[in-house]
Unconditional design. Structure first.
Length: 283
């Protein structure tokens, strides 16, 4: 995302706890700050891409956090997936300091991020959108403006995550079921991607299973977190989500089996372990 901003002509300073990521960004022409505060100093727009609400709060208000370093009137774009009430609380806290907060979780993964083609599900005040729009245009292919208060973007994202988590778990179950039937898994993938049972997640994740490559493009632990948020929200609203609950248990079992930091397609490996199946291995 930072590279997309560079490509669009922005002056970008980044911060990352991963030194290798910082070095790559510098090699592409970006600057790197030693802390979130250093990276945000003087910036019109600060974009935070972390895992959850706690990390977002730390980036903003923790030691060396960026909130006080941001100029008054600047905007903080929060792209972490979190519960709507956490987004509302963070927005209220930041806006009380004279800065703007845009609740802008995203979808699309690393490939679309690199192309500046993410989908963002954003909500916030008109002023927040106005301040952030030039940067958003550089990072997104599709920008949804979902309301004038923080929390709405987060709620839309949780609907997406419910579907995404269920679809991945179902895709892995289907491929393990196919393996039990003795079918050629590559042929199953070919047939299903041209049939009504296909989904974006099936088409995107099952190649990881076919290659036996579980390098974490999106890890199991992302969905133990996100489906956990879905179930927390549903419980608070006394709303049943049994399919999401079943999918969450599959991710929790996969994490408990030692694959929490592996690719989320590792649910297929859990099925293989349970059923004594042999899946493709990385060559």
């Amino acid at each position: 995302m930072a590279t997309s901003l560079l490509r669009a002509g922005f002056d970008v300073t980044g911060f990352d706890v991963n030194a290798a990521a910082s070095e790559r960004f510098q090699a592409q022409g970006g600057r790197v700050g030693a802390t979130p505060a250093a990276a945000a100093a003087g910036a019109d727009c600060v974009v935070a891409v972390v895992v959850n609400a706690d990390q977002t709060e730390a980036v903003l208000f923790g030691p060396d956090g960026c909130a006080e370093a941001m100029p008054e009137g600047s905007v903080f774009v929060s792209s972490a997936t979190m519960a709507p009430e956490r987004a509302r609380a963070l927005a209220a806290r930041l806006e009380a300091t004279g800065r703007h907060y845009l609740d802008a979780p995203m979808s699309g993964g690393a490939a679309r991020a690199a192309d500046g083609a993410l989908t963002m599900l954003a909500s916030g005040t008109p002023s927040a959108f106005s301040r952030a729009r030039p940067a958003l245009d550089a990072m997104t292919g599709t920008l949804y403006e979902l309301g004038d208060s923080a929390g709405l973007g987060a709620a839309f994202k949780m609907v997406n995550q419910l579907l995404a988590g269920v679809h991945i778990a179902a895709a892995c179950e289907a491929m393990a079921f196919a393996a039990r039937q003795g079918l050629d898994l590559a042929r199953v993938y070919e047939v299903i991607t041209k049939s009504a049972g296909n989904s974006w997640m099936f088409e995107n994740r099952i190649p990881h299973v076919l290659a036996g490559d579980y390098t974490p493009h999106s890890s199991i632990e992302i969905f133990t977190k996100d489906l956990g948020i879905v179930l927390d929200m549903a419980r608070a609203d006394k709303f049943p989500v049994p399919v999401a609950g079943a999918a969450l248990q599959m991710y929790l079992m996969t994490a408990a089996a030692g694959m929490g930091k592996d690719d989320d397609a590792s649910v297929a490996r859990l099925y293989a372990q349970i059923a004594g199946l042999t899946l493709p291995t990385k060559s």
